[in-house]
Design a protein around this ligand. Structure first.
Ligand code: FAD
Length: 497
């Protein structure tokens, strides 16, 4: 009897030891990550501006913010007309900024006037489902306003930390598959032009400026107010599918593109070296109205610091990358069948980026036709390791052709591959990222695709023009509408002159 008890005790001890051994490694890894993840970055000094890359700190003559006249479009028009007058007199240029999440100085002109639109954020929803919104409003504010009114944003990025003006000026897109980019949801906007006058642009009136300023990166004037078509907030059930990455286009076509009830969808690709871009987990958000029509209320996203630590633990760590994928696969299964409101899914903050002085995180995005996806993936599997790129995250989205903007990236149905890399903030880190980016752009061009414009300006001019053959005409039209080139930024000085 005593022997048996001792045996049971031993077995229990071995099991506990095994459990501790299994849990110890991830626990130690996450504790170490959390300890190292303390912020060390320094905000840009007064008189300078930077963007989300934290590689573009630049001296400017003046920073002007429109927050004081948040709801008063006429006051904003007067203030901006006076600012344009001053810029003309003093030979200054004006660059426009929303949340500064572009990464190539698209919001910056050295020695210029930096116009900060955040805070110009009043909004009003009318009975026909059109939201009139100040261009400086963040999506987080828009969602908070729409949620109690039963509405939601039709098309936006996968996070909420961007302004409406910055989003339409890049012509963003997100998890809303089977839809063109955001311009398709813009009914009209008020544009304050370089001559100091304000015009309403729509598909019918000032149609040329409508197509140029949407996706126009702030080069045609200040977008003051946008009329956005919004959609009902809905209740979704999440379905998850694990698949080989090469099978993604075919499977995505049947579970998302061709599924009438699927409202949003995206795929995430594995990034650990032992299965680099080999597997995909696809999340499909299926309309699933509750019997009484009740929607889960909007709440603060949970477990943010743990999610961040798991994510940051993948920087420079194969173990961390595998751990994140395994956790996503295992715990993700528990999400399957759960319900979310559309607004909750869209209300994701950008709180996962580097806070360290030594490194920064850089986004890349490439678009290729669905039938070229596997060829492009093969190129990614070769090029990224060749350059030692530290790929933290890769997602795939689906976007339909854009008929609205001049400098369009979605010239047909495309799959978008969005990647986030960690980079050293050193000249060597920058040179390595530039070389890799150029190879990746070549690969996307060879696959009849292109790269997305809001990120680092590493594309060589010939790559830029190959990707955007309409760009020369776009810049000529910029000079027609703004002959003194009042509105400028680094995107323009790099490719536009
Ligand atoms: C972490 C991260 C995730 C991202 N995810 C996505 C995604 O899922 N989908 C996607 O499509 N993109 C994505 N992006 C890119 C993002 O959509 C663009 O960078 C967008 O422009 C950011 O909005 P913003 O308010 O920060 O704009 P800013 O960077 O401030 O400005 C962008 C451009 O718009 C111009 N501009 C801003 N406001 C105005 C205005 N009122 N009038 C005229 N011009 C103006 C600026 O001059 C600038 O050229 C992501 C970027 C980051 C860093």
């Amino acid at each position: 009897m005593r022997r048996r008890r001792r045996l049971v005790l031993w077995i229990m001890l071995v099991v506990i030891a095994a459990l501790v051994a299994v849990a110890a490694r991830p626990a130690v890894h996450l504790i170490k990550t959390a300890y190292r993840d303390r912020p060390t970055m320094v905000p840009p000094p007064a008189g300078t501006v930077d963007d989300a890359s934290r590689l573009n700190q630049t001296d400017v003559a003046q920073i002007v913010t429109l927050a004081d006249v948040a709801g008063d479009t006429f006051a904003a028009q007067r203030e901006l007309a006076a600012l344009i007058g001053k810029a003309r007199r003093e030979g200054l240029r004006i660059s426009i900024a929303g949340a500064r999440h572009t990464m190539g100085g698209h919001t910056i002109y050295p020695g210029g006037i930096a116009l900060d639109m955040r805070g110009f954020n009043a909004m009003q929803l009318d009975d026909s489902g059109i939201l009139r919104v100040g261009a400086g409003a963040m999506w987080s504010e828009v969602i908070e306003y729409l949620d109690p009114r039963g509405f939601s944003v039709a098309i936006m990025q996968s996070n909420n930390a961007f302004t409406v003006g910055g989003s339409v000026s890049a012509n963003c897109h997100g998890w809303q598959h089977n839809r063109p980019p955001i311009a398709s949801t813009v009914e009209a906007f008020l544009l304050l032009k370089a001559d100091g006058t304000t015009v309403r642009c729509s598909r019918e009136k000032n149609a040329e400026l409508f197509s140029l300023a949407l996706g126009g990166y702030g080069l045609f004037g200040v977008i003051l107010e946008v009329e956005l078509r919004v959609v009902p907030n809905e209740r979704y059930r999440v379905d998850r599918h694990v698949m080989p990455a090469d099978a993604f286009p075919a499977q995505f076509a049947s579970i998302a593109v061709g599924a009438a009830d699927a409202a949003m969808a995206f795929g995430r690709l594995s990034v650990a070296a032992d299965a680099f871009l080999e597997h995909a987990i696809t999340s499909v958000f299926v309309r699933d109205p509750a019997g009484d029509g009740a929607l889960p209320p909007l709440h603060e996203p949970g477990l943010r610091s743990l999610t961040r630590t798991v994510f940051r633990g993948s920087v420079g760590s194969e173990y961390g990358k595998k751990l994140r994928w395994d956790l996503e696969k295992t715990f993700g299964q528990h999400l399957a069948g759960r319900h979310f409101s559309r607004n909750q899914l869209l209300n994701e903050p950008v709180d996962y980026l580097s806070r360290s002085d030594a490194t920064t995180d850089i986004v890349h995005e490439y678009f290729v036709p669905p039938e070229q996806f596997t060829s492009f993936l093969e190129q990614l599997r070769r090029i990224i390791p060749e350059h030692g790129g530290d790929l933290l995250n890769a997602t795939v989205r689906h976007v339909l052709a854009d008929d609205d903007t001049f400098l369009r990236y979605a010239d047909r149905e495309l799959l978008a591959i969005v990647m986030l890399f960690s980079q050293e903030r050193t000249p060597e880190g920058e040179a390595a990222m530039e070389a890799m980016t150029r190879d990746l752009i070549d690969a996307s061009l060879a696959c009849e695709g292109r790269y997305y414009l809001p990120y680092r300006l590493h594309a060589m001019p010939e790559q830029f023009h190959a990707a955007y053959p309409q760009a020369r005409a776009f810049f000529e039209l910029k000079r027609k509408h703004d002959p003194d080139e009042i509105f400028q930024n680094r995107f323009y000085t790099t490719y536009g002159r």
